[in-house]
Write a protein that binds this ligand. Structure first.
Ligand code: NAP
Length: 317
């Protein structure tokens, strides 16, 4: 029977579904696979269900030699932790779970937009501290979102879902930067560069995948283009934003605030960032809802099933 490693703790229904199809070894733990575990996954299993933090770099495939494994089914749409070219060269197919994550991640972007613009994290800390002295007309004034302009960096599935929420829900105008022009059922202006987008946006939202091309795409220059009242939200991956430059910009109040779900050296969040009041920090909650994680798991298992049934995998990367 086909041997599959499930490399991380998952919702019970996903594990049951996999057990119905394969001889499953279930590693019911929250931390990523270490190097030895990744090598075992490649050498001793026919396939593995892996996820964020499992750092399958080129060196791991090189050390594994000619692996037994023929597929890595990634749980998640982002697969920047896997060197896909090296996986292919070693004879493996890599799949992901696009679509299942879109609405939940877009909702989380809206959460962060509202939290940073309306200073909700700061306000919550104030109430919990016992130092709140009561409502007054100019207490903790933030940025009113309705009617403002969102700038979407990366107008893909999640970027478009965020834009729709902004346009239809908040009456916001939409600008974006993407490699290609998009046909949309709502008005949106495509701008030429991340700098131009930052300069035009009241809220700049990062929604590009992590890749060598997008590494530090939001650098000091892009951050300097944000206007003083503007906010930055990152729901994509931490290393798309130059975190040191972001900390410096927030320390000098170069723009109004930021809302982050992801970090450059996750799960490390620098003390300098944690010390700032003008940033909202969430622990990578983008898809953190049971039904969403079950959908993601079902997609990953379906990719495994299709592969071993000799069918085309639904979600190759
Ligand atoms: P997607 O549909 O592939 O969209 C990505 C968009 O980024 C596309 O519009 C693409 O442009 C654009 N893009 C890619 N490379 C670019 C570049 N070098 N310059 C400019 N634009 C570029 O992906 P998605 O499903 O929306 O997911 C986006 C990312 O969100 C994932 O890769 C993942 O890292 C992250 N994510 C985070 C969470 C979380 O928990 N916080 C959850 C889910 C996903 P074109 O369309 O023109 O090619």
């Amino acid at each position: 029977m086909t041997r599959i490693l499930i490399g991380r703790n998952l919702p019970a229904r996903v594990v049951e579904a996999a057990r119905g199809l394969f001889d499953v070894t279930y590693r019911d733990r929250p931390e990523p696979l270490d190097r030895e575990e990744m090598l075992v996954a490649l050498r001793d299993y026919d396939g593995a269900l892996v996820t964020l933090g499992d750092a399958f770099g080129g060196d791991v495939f090189a050390e594994a030699g000619a692996p037994r494994a023929r597929i890595l089914a990634n749980f998640g749409v982002g697969y920047n932790h896997i060197d896909v070219a090296a996986a292919r060269a070693a004879g493996l197919v890599v799949t992901n779970t696009p679509g299942a994550v879109t609405d939940a991640t877009a909702d989380l972007a809206m959460t962060l937009m509202l939290m940073t613009c309306r200073r909700a994290g700061e306000g919550e800390r104030l109430v919990r501290s016992g130092r709140w002295q009561g409502w007054h007309p100019v207490q903790m004034l933030g940025l009113h979102l309705s009617g403002k302009r969102v700038g979407i960096l990366g107008m893909g599935r999640i970027g478009q879902a965020i834009a729709r929420r902004c346009h239809f829900g908040f009456g916001m105008s939409v600008a974006y930067a993407s490699r290609t022009e998009k046909t949309l059922d709502f008005p949106a202006e495509r701008l030429a560069s991340p700098e131009a987008l930052a300069a035009a946006a009241d809220v700049l939202v990062v929604a590009v995948p992590a890749s060598p091309e997008t590494y530090h795409m939001v650098d000091a220059g892009v951050l300097a283009s944000l206007r003083p009242h503007a906010h930055l939200v990152n729901i994509a991956r931490g290393d798309i934003v130059d975190e040191a430059a972001l900390i410096a910009a927030l320390q000098s109040h170069a723009f109004a605030g930021a809302g982050l779900d992801v970090y450059e050296h996750e799960p490390l969040v620098p003390e300098a960032l944690r010390a700032l009041d003008n940033v909202t920090l969430l622990p990578h909650l983008g898809t953190a809802a049971l039904e969403v994680r079950e959908d993601m798991g079902r997609m990953a298992v379906e990719n495994l099933r299709a592969f071993f049934a000799g069918e085309a995998v639904p979600n190759p990367v």
